[in-house]
Ligand binder design. Structure first.
Ligand SMILES: O=C(O)CCC(=O)C(=O)O
Length: 250
């Protein structure tokens, strides 16, 4: 059912590497290319859609989910999105609301903590074992047991500002799965939300794992590309992103 081959099994290129030239290992700037800021996009156009290590511990694996996987996830997301404890725009302490709509599994995230119930007191939906197993396969480690999923839906105008995933009491990796419209995903550094960053196009079926030194890197979605998704996934418009995390909470 699930796509074979965990991301870390396949050979992984590093941003700036080109195995086909004697310049392998040189940074883009060393080869007369513009400094990074769109480095992964350059890497993709040079190498095709291969796994790329965007930063230490952060790996983008294109086309990781099969069409079957994506269809199963879209159907499941529809069920998770329904009330009670369904999909909603998250309200920020500032009073604003996020443009993405989110439903949580396992633990409910409200900025900036986790709870077992939603704002209206409904119990959060469970995170199914098959989804946790998908996360373990994504990181290539059967001992990885995520207990939180945030399922985000982006309509044509939704985006997500640069932020860290740091409300978990764990440094285990974050697994990110994308379905539907492509997006511009910005992966930054662990210090602040400004440059340096790398812009990566995440397409339907792509996997992005960030752990180790990149676990607390700032990241965000600057835009989606409406109309780029394949309706055969079951999603006729918009983008779904599922992040799996280990809460570290009991
Ligand atoms: O939609 C994405 O690709 C990123 C989602 C994200 O950053 C989050 O849920 O914290």
């Amino acid at each position: 059912m699930l796509a074979d081959g965990a991301c870390l099994v396949a050979p992984v290129l590093h941003v700036g590497d080109d195995p086909h030239t004697p310049e392998a290992g040189l940074r883009p700037a060393d080869r007369g290319l513009p400094p990074n800021g769109g480095g992964a996009v350059q890497a993709e156009s040079m190498f095709g859609r291969q796994p790329v290590e965007i930063a230490p511990g952060a790996v983008h694996t294109p086309d990781w989910l099969s069409l079957d996987d994506q269809q199963r996830l879209v159907a499941a997301c529809r069920e998770w999105a329904a009330p009670p404890a369904g999909m909603r725009h998250t309200r920020l302490p500032s009073g604003g609301v996020m443009s993405v709509q989110t439903v949580c599994l396992g633990w409910h995230w409200t900025p900036y903590s986790y709870s077992r119930t939603t704002e209206d007191g409904s119990p959060v939906k469970p995170l199914p074992e098959w989804l946790a197993a998908l996360g373990a396969r994504a990181v290539g480690d059967p001992s990885y047991v995520p207990d939180v999923a945030l399922v985000n839906f982006y309509d044509d105008t939704a985006k997500m500002g640069m932020h860290q995933d740091k409300d978990e009491d764990s440094a285990e990796p974050v697994v990110s799965l994308s379905i539907g419209d492509s997006c511009a995903f910005r992966f930054g550094n662990t210090e602040h939300r400004n440059r340096p960053w790398t812009d990566v196009e995440l397409r339907s079926g792509d996997l992005f794992v960030f752990g180790g030194p990149s676990r607390f890197a700032y990241h965000g979605v600057t835009r989606t590309r409406p109309g780029t998704g394949d309706p055969a996934t079951g999603l006729s418009a918009g983008r779904l992103n599922i992040t799996l995390r280990v809460s570290g909470l009991a």
